[in-house]
Design a protein around this ligand. Structure first.
Ligand SMILES: *[C@@H]1O[C@H](CO)[C@@H](O)[C@H](O)[C@H]1NC(C)=O
Length: 126
């Protein structure tokens, strides 16, 4: 009697892993800052959230005055953009977190003072 149930579980598990490997199952999607979007003091928006590799962050903002720059930890801490960075500037950017566990850092730097006004987030996928 137990046999069919085990078969079902194994089938479901292998289907799920196939879907995960082929990328059919997408990560969770988060709107950074919720209703406020990518804005000053957004830094604390990450508090209590558990992100996973492959999750998608959506950054909503006015692209005439703001942007999103993916940076390293030093840049994040000092609000200066170093040599290794990627700029997003559409105003509605969908950024997929790396498939490996680790930290990701984003700051705004289009208008002087954006980052210092806490238009910045650090995201852990550990
Ligand atoms: C933002 O960073 C880029 C790349 O380093 C730099 O060219 C630009 O001047 C910076 N913008 C501001 C407002 O600091």
């Amino acid at each position: 009697m137990a046999q069919p149930r085990v078969f079902e579980i194994v089938t479901a598990a292998s289907l799920l892993s196939m879907m995960l490997c082929s990328g059919i199952v997408k990560g969770a999607t988060y709107t950074v800052g919720d209703d406020k979007g990518w804005s000053f003091n957004v830094e604390s928006w990450t508090n209590g959230k558990k992100f996973l590799p492959g999750d998608v962050l959506i950054f909503n903002y006015d692209p005439t005055i703001h942007n999103v720059v993916s940076v390293d930890q030093v840049s994040y801490d000092t609000c200066t953009v170093g040599s290794n960075f990627q700029v997003f500037e559409s105003g509605h950017d969908e950024v997929t977190l790396p498939n490996t566990r680790g930290w990701s850092y984003f700051i705004g730097n289009k208008t002087l003072g954006d980052c210092n006004n806490k238009m910045k987030i650090q995201v852990s996928t550990f």
